[in-house]
Design a protein around this ligand. Sequence first.
Ligand code: NAD
Length: 517
Amino acid sequence: MTDGAPVLPSAELRADFRLAAPYVGGAIVDVAETAPVTNPATGEEIGRVALASADIADQAVAAAAAAFPAWRDLPTAERHALVAAALDAAEQQADDIARTIALEVGKVLHEANGDIRGALAMTRGMLQLVADLEAEEDRSGHPGTGAAPLVRLRHVPVGPVAVIGPWNTPVFLTFNGIAPALAAGATLVVKPAVEAPLGLTATLRMIAEQLPPGVVNVVPGRGSVVGQRLAEHPDVRALSFTGGTETGRRIAAVAAANVKKVALELGGNDPAIVLGSAEITDALITELIAGSYAMTGQICFNVKRIYVHRDRYEEFVERFSRAAARIVVGDPLDPTAHIGPLTTRDGYENALRLLDAARADGAEVRELGTRADSADWERGLYVAPTVVLGLPADHELVLEEQFAPIIPIIPFDTDEEAVNEANRTEYGLASSVWSHDLAHAEAVARRIEAGNTFLNAHRLGASVPLVPFGGVKQSGLGRTHLKYSLEHVTDEHAIIGFTDPAAQLPGIARWQDVAAG
Ligand code: NAD
């Protein structure tokens, strides 16, 4: 919004997009406290977010619990028709939602479009999958089910599901939790991140308005208040969380007290290993540049450190640096910009601190990139695409997640050494191995501790819906995408029956006299 133009065409819609308010049981709830939502490219306030109380979170859970039985019991086709119409309603506003996301996150419009449109497409895919899986599994007469003539396995929705989302890809990643719940027949309470709540809250409001009251509830607010309450609430049966590892640990501890199902998508420190058998081609550099710097380095599975075989190191560093120098940094609405600013002031200050620490430790810090005219470097949270060379292998910038466009490049001599360094972290989200010898790449990939290891790729497109996505070690618990995320929001319900209660189950002989006596 650098030109002062309104975010949206109509005043009515603008009001919706500019205040992320709680929506509970089919109605907006007034709150006493709000906080500003700012455009990180300019520092301007673009909207406000409600800071709801724990009481409002309780009301939302109560609304979701009340709506659950009727929603669950609707025939699937009927329920899905309602959801599909709700998705269509949101799709009609997708351009405005994308623009809002671009402004609140600071990500370029192309990526903001993927955020909203990807979320809606994913939900449609989930409806299809649930319809396909609907048939109950009849195991009657199957060897291993014993003497029972009737054995039926059903997947039933767990009940109210809470979803706590992050600010970096606020709609798509939160929909990773929302889509399976909606499709499976669960009801929802969603807590958007306070830093970027506007696009997600508007989307969910449009969807909620098309569904029975209480099926979708939204409660914006602080993590320590609303998020915490949802984690500890005994009527929330499953919780999906996407965010930082520290917060994930806290949520898991709280949720354990009431035996809630918890899915955690947490931080990552993805290594990319360029093997000695790789040729340093334009395609390799392009893909690694995109994997490292897309979304200003704020994707959970961006490349966060690059290990290059010493035989290729010099050539790689020169070509990678040259390409990084051509990345255009600008306002998120500027069509020429590859990347925008960082989203949060904390993240910005942390990035500057890491650069100072690297310099103090004797590293070579190459601040690259090209500033677009639209980038207001004085007011925006801009950090140039940066390459850092000569860091010790155990430096904070190597072992911790930086969440900024600052990439350390480190040489190695043997595959063994590369694998050890890649695994020398508590994170294990994604990773990649690069070589023109696919067998060599796969052999190394098999030794990496991660949820996903990509070969000659490292970006969003590599994480396709048909394969499970998630982390090992401190990067998460559970998997998202299609059937993997359905497991989190459904329970197995087994119905096992005997025609004659005196059926021949082992051990019954000992009790036979009881009824007769
Ligand atoms: P964050 O942990 O600060 O916040 C995430 C959400 O949790 C927000 O909605 C926040 O309000 C809420 N929250 C904070 N404290 C809480 C508490 N005590 N109880 C309940 N909820 C609480 O994370 P962030 O800064 O928004 O996101 C960045 C981090 O998320 C990075 O580490 C990134 O790697 C990770 N991430 C992971 C994935 C993945 O798929 N694995 C995807 C995106 C982001």
